[in-house]
Design a protein around this ligand. Structure first.
Ligand SMILES: [Zn+2]
Ligand SMILES: [Zn+2]
Length: 222
């Protein structure tokens, strides 16, 4: 078997909980990656160049801002600003202003953390399929699981070829788990709506109480 990455996080987060296990892996990788931009990396030339060029998206800037080292963030933000200022806007030249306007708007869409996070996650999608193919016990965890958020179900399906000869059964197992999740969510939403009719107000509620919260987790991840 050719594992693309370590499997520790995979075994740790496919733990039978109801939250999407791939979201949990992603959040762990995200936290580690984000934190590294306030560590020794800040002083490395290659990292600085890349941060200057791509910057941070709003959510990663906010995550960095909440961490201890404000100086590390300030230094990187300063050089990012210098990089953006190089656009050299001539206030009296319509073409120059228009060109800079487009580039400045696009500058908000790039993020060095998002770039590496999505590269890491693609390796996880592949490795999850490989672990499935190699480990029957892991297969049982998927069968018993509560499925995934929509985004991660779609990525697991996209990279299912990495399960090799077991691709078909891998797709069947993740799809059955996902169908189970969506059916339960549908029933919970029905119950939630039903309870908002005063005639049903005194009926006991089972899964409906958290229906909107669970819908958010399924639609957008955790
Ligand atoms: Zn997810
Ligand atoms: Zn980002």
């Amino acid at each position: 078997m050719n594992y693309h990455i370590g499997t520790m996080l995979i075994y740790e987060h496919f733990d039978g909980g109801s939250d999407c296990p791939v979201c949990k892996i992603k959040n762990a990788v995200d936290a580690r990656l984000t934190e590294s931009y306030l560590g020794e990396k800040v002083m490395e030339d290659d990292t600085r160049k890349e941060v200057n060029k791509l910057g941070f998206c709003k959510s990663h800037y906010e995550a960095l801002f909440l961490m201890r080292s404000k100086l590390g963030l300030a230094l990187q933000t300063r050089t990012r600003l210098t990089y953006l200022k190089k656009l050299d806007i001539d206030p009296n030249n319509v073409k120059s202003v228009k060109k800079a306007a487009v580039k400045l708007r696009e500058s908000g869409n790039t993020c060095v953390v998002c770039k590496y996070l999505s590269e890491h996650m693609i390796r996880y999608y592949k490795t999850i399929a490989e672990v499935y193919a190699a480990d029957e016990k892991f297969r049982e965890r998927i069968v018993a699981s509560d499925g995934f958020c929509l985004n991660h179900y779609s990525y697991l399906a996209e990279y299912s070829a990495y399960a090799g000869k077991k691709q078909k059964s891998y797709l069947a197992d993740i799809s059955e788990a996902e169908n189970k999740r969506l059916e339960k969510l549908g029933a919970d939403l029905d119950e939630f709506c039903m309870r908002h009719d005063y005639r049903n107000a005194d009926k006991p509620m089972t899964g409906g109480k958290d229906a909107l919260k669970n819908a958010k987790k399924t639609f957008y991840g955790i």
